[in-house]
Design a protein around this ligand. Structure first.
Ligand SMILES: Cc1ncc(C[n+]2csc(CCOP(=O)(O)OP(=O)(O)O)c2C)c(N)n1
Ligand code: SF4
Length: 281
């Protein structure tokens, strides 16, 4: 095994159950990146790679956009295709891995920007969900095309003025959570990076459910401090304010997924409570 892999086994999270609360005490999967200082997306990706249940058996799939610049530096295999084809690539990959490795879990996790997910890759994202492809899709929602200098995306809020949308966006932010529900995702959550424990628990559930039950979707507010001119020391305050205002934590778990998480992985929150005894006369 190469030294980098052995390092991850000896000093990092491979083969162990490390958590975000232990950050700073183990070698992390993502240690360096070329992203802008203060970028919330980078913090989210750093948390996400800690959160996946078996990092040594995980493959990330991404596409054009800022996120790939960080994900490609992480000690996790990363597949990068043409802009927008990430859910098509992940569908084939996840099917192939199941044929090759059978019951041994190999988790496929897509992480792509809002432009890649809701605009350019929209058709493939929805079809992977309707077709019940078993992998996790994570949208890095910075509400802009950050990597190309500030075009509006379907996820930009109405009225937002950006460098390349100087008159303000004319349409509402797309409701991808509602679309994920309609398309049959078994688990859906909206998160912000200033709550690392929540990010961790949501990603874990999403990846575990995708192993056997069906597609899962996480939508993460990961602000672009450059295009939205957020001072670097205000990035987390902005995330909190946006969370309170219009990015509240939402979690949907299908009944089948609840049953699976409790039976298979001992999630107490989903254990069925015995029906209350009906009064005996
Ligand atoms: C087919 C194709 N069209 C356009 C581009 C140029 N391009 C690269 S990144 C990007 C926008 C990315 O925006 P988003 O997906 O929201 O990710 P972000 O950079 O904001 O994280 C575009 C248009 C490309 N690489 N490939
Ligand atoms: S342009 Fe925005 S999203 Fe991209 S790395 Fe910089 S701050 Fe992050």
């Amino acid at each position: 095994m190469p030294k980098e892999y052995r390092d991850m086994v000896e000093h990092g999270p491979f083969g162990k159950k490390t958590t975000v609360s232990q950050m700073g005490s183990f070698k992390e999967i993502l240690e360096e990146h070329p992203m802008c200082a203060g970028c919330a997306m980078t913090l989210f990706i750093r948390l996400a790679v800690i959160a996946v249940p078996n990092p040594e058996d995980t493959i990330m799939v991404g596409t054009a956009g800022c996120g790939r610049l960080a994900i490609s530096q992480a000690a996790i295999p990363f597949v990068y295709g043409n802009y927008g084809d990430q859910n098509g690539v992940a569908s084939g990959l996840s099917r192939g891995l199941r044929i090759r490795f059978g019951d041994q879990p190999k988790d496929v996790v897509v992480m792509a920007g809002d432009g890649g997910t809701a605009d350019i890759g929209f058709q493939q994202v929805l079809h992977s969900w309707f077709r019940k492809e078993r992998f996790t899709t994570i949208m890095l929602d910075n509400e802009v095309y950050g990597n190309t200098g500030g075009q509006e995306s379907g996820m930009t809020t109405r009225g937002a003025v950006l460098k390349m949308a100087p008159l303000g966006k004319k349409f509402e932010k797309m409701d991808m959570v509602a679309m994920a529900k309609i398309a049959g995702c078994a688990y859906i959550a909206t998160v912000v990076p200033n709550n690392p424990r929540r990010v961790e628990t949501c990603i874990k559930k999403a990846v575990l459910i995708a192993r056997e039950v069906g597609p899962t979707y996480i939508q993460a507010y990961t602000s672009c401090n450059i295009e939205y001119a957020i001072p670097t020391d205000q990035v987390m305050a902005d995330a909190k304010a946006v969370e309170d205002d219009r990015y509240k934590f939402e979690e949907y778990v299908s009944d089948e997924a609840k049953e699976y998480l409790s039976a298979r992985y001992g999630y107490k929150e989903f254990v069925q409570k015995p029906a209350a005894a009906i009064g005996t006369a």
